[in-house]
Design a binder for this molecule. Structure first.
Ligand code: FAD
Length: 378
């Protein structure tokens, strides 16, 4: 498919072979947390699986054995887990080997064809990010496809899929490549850093809550944002257009609950002016007003701020009524000036009628004027 589309798939290959084995076993690493053995240049990780005594071993092999990966059997690689980690393997349920690469397609869209998931980007298993990234691609593309097919958005909206996702894919492949090279580097210096310095430094760093939170947000990908993109505007509190809506659950209310509707909506944290409620009601937009709380402030939301949220939970526009009027602040008393056309949402945000790229979401397919701000980038 990539060849047909001519997207290319630049990047490289690793010399190591990865093996995966699902086993029934006992011993200290089984039924516990994730365990990584970095004793040698090849690494071995033990992941707990559901069910007592079940685990997945993921390891690398290189050299002569990697040259004949198709002949590799579990017996050829299991001695490391048995010797180093004292794993007692009772049954081998599944064993497989695969080559790994680090590559990102040069383009994620060509005409009516889109690349996503592993077809668009592949990387080492370090960090376990592949599935999440592919699902993120699919979520990003799905609502845009629907809006375009329904005639509510122009074709240019589909270009934003590549714009928003390819930068993240490139960064992910770069960082997982660095991490993989680090855990598999050979030589005395690499051993010293990997086995002596890094474990102490990493364990020390993880004593800090901020480091743990950063790691969590990175691995879970909830820290990913589309700031600076053509569909992102404004700032209110610490939240910018393009950020994932911060999650706040308290008093039996969960501000992500309405996101399950997968449609455009407005969230307000504080007191809503009546005209905003009227405006959203007329346009069929869900308006959710949350009484202001300390926890919202801690999550970075702004008091009385209005957030226009696109399907799938990212803020399209953050609007802070306390900010002075400017290019990214709105002077309109209606705040989000939304108009409806023939049952389709159509409108502009703030006082910049027809200029806001965000307005394309609301536009009927035949009206090209509101799309001036969003041009095809290729
Ligand atoms: C051993 C292993 C462990 C992993 N562990 C993790 C992990 O812990 N966390 C994580 O996030 N990711 C993990 N990954 C990565 C994750 O599995 C992939 O990133 C993810 O499955 C990619 O999903 P995908 O839908 O893009 O591709 P795939 O899952 O590869 O799906 C593509 C599908 O298309 C089908 N197909 C291919 N060609 C054609 C054709 N011409 N016509 C019709 N159908 C076709 C294939 O048969 C396949 O079913 C792991 C991967 C491996 C191999």
């Amino acid at each position: 498919m990539r060849e047909t589309l001519g997207t290319g798939f630049p990047g490289g290959d690793y010399s190591q072979i990865i093996y995966v084995a699902d086993v029934k076993a006992s011993g200290p690493p089984i039924d516990g947390g994730l365990l990584v053995d970095l004793d040698e240049a090849d690494f071995l990780a033990v992941f707990p699986l559901k069910g007592k005594g079940r685990a997945r071993l993921v390891g690398t092999v290189r050299g002569e054995r990697a040259d004949h990966a198709e002949k590799l059997r579990f017996e050829d690689v299991s001695e490391r887990a048995i010797r180093n980690l004292k794993v007692k393997v009772e049954a081998e349920n599944w064993f497989s080997t695969y080559h790994i690469h680090h590559r990102v397609a040069g383009r994620f869209r060509k005409g009516r064809a889109f690349l996503l998931g592993d077809a668009a980007h592949i990387h080492s298993p370090v960090g376990g990010q592949g599935m999440n990234t592919g699902i993120g691609d699919a979520i990003n593309l799905a609502w845009k496809l629907k809006a375009t097919l329904d005639g509510r958005a122009p074709d240019a909206l589909l270009d934003t899929y590549e714009l928003e996702r390819i930068a993240f894919a490139r960064r992910l492949v770069r960082t997982t490549d660095q991490a993989f090279n680090f855990v598999t580097a050979e030589g005395a210096l690499a051993d010293l850093i990997r086995l002596r310095i890094a474990p102490t430094a990493i364990a020390g760093a993880f004593l800090f809550g901020a480091v743990r939170e950063f790691a969590f947000r990175t691995v879970s990908q909830i820290g990913l944002n589309y700031r600076g993109g053509p569909l992102s505007e404004g700032k209110a509190g610490r939240v910018r257009g393009g950020d994932r809506l911060p999650w706040v659950a308290e008093n039996g209310d969960d501000n992500h609950a309405t996101l399950a509707e997968l449609r455009w909506q407005v969230h307000l944290y504080g007191a809503a002016r009546p005209e905003l409620a009227d405006c959203c009601a007329k346009r069929g937009l869900t308006l959710k007003v949350f009484p202001w709380t300390l926890r919202q402030s801690q999550a970075g939301l702004g008091q009385n701020a209005r957030y226009l949220i696109r399907p799938a939970g990212y803020v399209a526009r953050a609007d802070d009524p306390a900010r002075p009027t400017g290019s990214s602040a709105t002077s309109s008393p209606e705040v989000f000036r939304l108009e409806s056309s023939a049952g389709q949402l159509r409108g502009t945000l703030g006082g910049r009628a027809g200029c806001s790229p965000v307005s394309l979401f609301f536009a009927a397919g035949t009206d090209v004027e509101p799309y001036r701000g969003l041009r095809r980038h290729r």
